[in-house]
Design a protein around this ligand. Sequence first.
Ligand SMILES: [Zn+2]
Length: 62
Amino acid sequence: MIAVCKQHVNQGVKMIFLPHVQPIPDDLKNTGVMKCHLCGKKADFKLYNFESQRKAFMKQAI
Ligand SMILES: [Zn+2]
């Protein structure tokens, strides 16, 4: 998973395979914990890569 701000959603989506985009709730956004992967500002969206998560899960299962 990577986190990005509004300006970098499109760039972030291109960086991951099979992306899934989820907005970050305002209360979590305001903590400043989630930072944009590209510029370090407060992140507005979480971008998931389900394919790599599924592969990691398969490894654990074996
Ligand atoms: Zn950014």
